[in-house]
Design a protein around this ligand. Structure first.
Ligand code: HEM
Ligand code: ISQ
Length: 154
């Protein structure tokens, strides 16, 4: 089944809401990742020499925003082209960063769960299952592209 205009709109409009509070949601997103998979915190440089999640780390914020924006872009591409296309340089870069940091396939489910929960919390009453499904599908297709590139790296 293809990605519909409705699904694309749901992703876009919820991102507009999440975007209103980047400092809060980026922190929440990262906190959820390490809540779901505490061992994953050792992969990230943001927590070096500290046990607490830094409240105002520009790198954490920038990377978290990028994950959201790329998932949003993935939704647009899925609707327009029926597949996710990530530029070759971006994909190569992300493939190598994630391999180097020690990321493995099961981690992608953790980040997915954290992403969906962050959207759900940010959206509040307007959240619905269809919105969840749309974000989930856009994320899965993007994750598949990154995972495939990571395998090329090995
Ligand atoms: C870094 C995106 C999945 C862990 C990054 C960066 C981006 C990104 C944009 C910054 C790269 C740079 O330094 O230039 C994504 C996207 C994902 C994804 C779009 C899925 C669709 C994951 C997963 C994990 C993970 C599943 C494992 C929990 C990391 C780590 C870094 C990183 C450890 C390095 C952060 C640091 O210490 O500087 N990711 N990522 N990512 N990502 Fe991901
Ligand atoms: C990097 N990759 C995946 C998810 C992330 C969340 C917060 C900060 C950086 C990230």
């Amino acid at each position: 089944m293809g990605f519909t205009e409705k699904q694309e709109a749901l992703v876009k409009e919820s991102w507009e809401v999440v975007k209103q509070n980047i400092p809060e949601f980026s922190l929440r997103f990262f906190t959820l990742i390490i809540e779901i998979a505490p061992a994953a915190k050792n992969l990230f440089s943001f927590l070096k020499d500290s046990n607490e999640v830094p409240k105002n780390n520009p790198k954490l914020k920038a990377h978290a925003v990028k994950v959201f924006k790329m998932t949003c872009e993935s939704a647009i591409q899925l609707r327009e082209k029926g597949e996710v296309v990530v530029s070759d340089t971006t994909l190569k870069h992300l493939g190598s960063v994630h391999v180097q940091k020690g990321v493995i396939d099961p981690h992608f489910e953790v980040v997915k769960e954290a992403l969906l929960r962050t959207v759900k919390e940010a959206i509040g009453e307007k959240w619905n299952e269809e919105m969840n499904g749309a974000w989930g599908e856009a994320y899965d297709q993007l994750a598949a592209a990154i995972k495939a590139e990571m395998k090329e790296e090995l």
